[in-house]
Design a protein around this ligand. Structure first.
Ligand SMILES: CCCCCCC[C@@H](O)CC(=O)SCCNC(=O)CCNC(=O)[C@H](O)C(C)(C)COP(=O)(O)OP(=O)(O)OC[C@H]1O[C@@H](n2cnc3c(N)ncnc32)[C@H](O)[C@@H]1OP(=O)(O)O
Length: 616
């Protein structure tokens, strides 16, 4: 077929029909009435050997007619297509004479005449007619098949192949009359995709006390700075209150709440998130833990099996990176939903894929209250922290392999975000839950900067009813590493500070004495309003103080107010002063470096003990 053959046929059929319609349209419009009939052909609708130009032109008229019908409808201008099989001069010598006689135009003309009649409301239709018969043709579409499970999935050739039968199954085909109808159905499918729960990945995590204790060590095997040991806790036998996390026969044997992030993370690792961004593959080197949320929904077993279902709930385009939000729900062996986790991963350099920047499914962080922290506690991580933490399941080389860390852009391996979180939550529990893990209900945190194993972590805490806001700071660099974080508790339980693990037994004894006194007579403790504790290190030449306000039930860390070897004076009779460390109160008294003034009720009770210990 030559170009000329092609062009000529299009000139006649498509351009010819266009020109005549174009000429008639304004007149029809003005008179508020018009009927246009495009003459198509079975060669156009169905194709015919050797007639590429003609078929294309005749089918072109169907498209033209559909649009004219839509544009003309409001002016009472109708446009339909007649598809005749006509005996004409063109077919005279092709068709057998008997058949030719039955295909005479007169048998079709009345159909055309009716379509032009003002009583005929037909518009935008294709009417096939021949030999004294007429029928309507229409465009039908199969129910089709979804080629991806979620909006973040890619469509692959293999998926198309696998769904081909369903794509082509016309048994429940539906007639389509407009582009809106067609795209409307697509939009519905898309909406369904958005709401559709991604094919869930199911993973089972079986655990016993060994796993929980290993986690507790990895999360808490820390070196404690002696001079800051008042409230600091870690899962270490050095702290008697932590034995509950490390000894399965302990009367209060318990598991650190953040341990229950592990089943979710194992399920996340088992699911493949590498293909969640259309057209991109995320590699492990790009992935950072961005945020985490954990919530206890029921009674969580201390051992046994947890079955966790994960699904990607949203993928956000942050430009420089992509944020993948994964929900994980864990069920106990009776099928009860007991636990919910939400893992937010940040895939560096995976952004700019045209996705939404903000979502609706991510559980949000909460800003810290606008005041100084109520309590700040500090712990140092071990240089082997990440190496130990890995044994709880997250074997991402980023935390152990220097060359892998270098590929990810770090000078050396960084600590697991969840390890930092485990530290922080344990510290919060020590300060506001009396180490009672069963008071925990939920926690949310964002990892804003990496932590290096060996760094010291300070957790600043603010109490707002049963919610403890916190922020974690890497002390050496004074960098916030966890922000917008909180722990929700069933109730707040502020106990007196735990027994310090310093060598000063005498100081410990004094400390115990105060705790006992306050416990025995809480009314009196309330009446004095608070307990003021000073901790002084001679060598550091600094003092730290914590104030426990028994009326409000709050503990907070104050600024060092004096230096060791200088005179400390407490004039406020509402406070008890306790100095300890290398320069203990007894020595301080003896050296005349420490004066307690004012009528301090509990201090009076302290006198015999001080005397007994220091032979004052
Ligand atoms: C199957 C695999 C599962 C894997 C699970 C995890 C496995 C673990 O082994 C991995 C780890 O534990 S990694 C260690 C813990 N995580 C970290 O150290 C990350 C610390 N954070 C950072 O470095 C930066 O925040 C950084 C780099 C994340 C982002 O910093 P920037 O690029 O500078 O971003 P910024 O310009 O501040 O903000 C851009 C938009 O991104 C949002 N955003 C920032 N930090 C986020 C974070 N941590 N989580 C979620 N979203 C975060 C911002 O809000 C901003 O978006 P918008 O403008 O819409 O608010």
């Amino acid at each position: 077929m030559t170009d000329q053959d092609w062009d000529l046929i299009h000139q006649v059929h498509v351009k010819g029909s266009f020109k005549t319609s174009q000429a008639a349209f304004p007149i029809f419009k003005k008179q508020g009435y018009g009927r246009i009939i495009m003459t198509s052909s079975v060669a156009g609708l169905y194709g015919n050997f050797g007639q590429a130009n003609y078929s294309a032109a005749k089918m072109g008229l169907v498209g033209l007619s559909h649009t004219v019908a839509k544009e003309g409808a409001k002016y009472n201008i109708h446009c339909n297509v007649i598809v005749p099989t006509a005996g004409s001069r063109l077919t005279e010598d092709i068709l057998p004479p008997d058949l030719f006689a039955e295909l005479r135009p007169e048998l079709i003309a009345p159909v055309v005449a009716f379509l032009c009649h003002e009583s005929c409301q037909e518009n935008g239709s294709i009417i096939e007619s021949a030999a004294g018969w007429a029928g309507k043709c229409a465009i039908f579409r199969s129910n089709g098949a979804l080629l991806r499970s979620t909006v973040v999935d890619d469509v692959t050739v293999e998926k198309v192949r696998d769904k081909w039968d369903q794509i082509c199954d016309l048994s429940n085909a539906k007639r389509m009359t407009s582009a809106q109808e067609s795209t409307g159905a697509l939009m519905e499918a898309l909406e369904g995709l958005k709401n559709k729960v991604e094919e869930e990945t199911v993973d089972t995590y079986e655990f016993g006390s060994k796993d929980a204790m290993l986690y507790a060590l990895g999360d808490g095997n820390i070196f404690r700075a002696i001079f800051l040991c008042f409230f600091t806790v870690g899962a270490s036998v050095a702290n008697p209150q932590e034995l509950q996390y490390l000894y399965e026969y302990h009367e209060n044997y318990n598991i650190l709440p953040t341990f229950y992030i592990i089943p979710a993370m194992q399920a996340v690792f088992a699911s493949s998130i590498e293909n969640v961004i259309p057209g991109k593959t995320i590699s492990l080197e790009q992935v950072l833990h961005g945020e985490h949320y954990i919530e206890f929904l029921g009674e969580i077993p201390l051992e046994g099996k947890l079955t966790t279902k994960t699904k990607v709930v949203e993928v956000l385009d942050k430009g420089t990176g992509a944020v993948v939000v994964i929900d994980a729900e864990s069920y106990d062996e009776n099928g009860q939903l007991v636990l919910r986790n939400q893992c937010v991963t940040f895939a560096v350099k995976a952004g700019n894929f045209g996705g939404p920047r903000t979502g609706t499914k991510t559980i949000s962080c909460q800003p810290k209250p606008n005041r100084n922290p109520d309590v700040s506690l500090t712990q140092k991580t071990s240089i082997d922290q990440a190496a130990l933490y890995r044994l709880s399941g997250d074997r991402n080389p980023l935390h152990i392999d220097p060359s892998f860390a270098a590929v990810s852009g770090y000078d050396r391996p960084i600590l697991h975000g969840l390890c930092t979180l485990g530290f922080s939550v344990r510290i919060v529990l020590s300060a506001f839950a009396g180490h009672n893990a069963s008071l925990f209900t939920a926690c949310k945190a964002r990892f804003v900067k990496p932590v290096l194993p060996g760094q010291t972590l300070r957790v600043d805490m603010w109490r707002e009813d049963n919610r403890i806001h916190f922020e974690t700071i890497a002390v050496e660099t004074n960098t916030v590493v966890i922000a917008g974080a909180y722990v929700d508790l069933k109730s707040v339980s502020i106990t007196m500070p735990s027994k310090p693990s310093s060598q000063s037994l005498k100081s410990d004894a004094i400390f115990e004495f105060i705790i006992e006194e306050v416990k025995k007579n809480p009314q009196k403790a309330k009446s004095i309003g608070g307990v003021f504790l000073y901790k002084i290190t001679k060598d550091k030449k600094e003092a730290k103080c914590w104030t426990m306000d028994l009326n409000k039930g709050e503990v907070y860390e104050g600024e060092p107010t004096s230096k060791a070897n200088t005179t400390l004076t407490v004039a406020d009779e509402d406070f008890i002063l306790l100095a300890e460390g290398k320069l203990n109160p007894q020595q301080a008294f003896m050296k005349g470096k420490l004066k307690i003034t004012g009528n301090i009720m509990l201090a009076q009770k302290l006198q015999p003990l001080l005397k007994a210990n220091a032979k004052l």
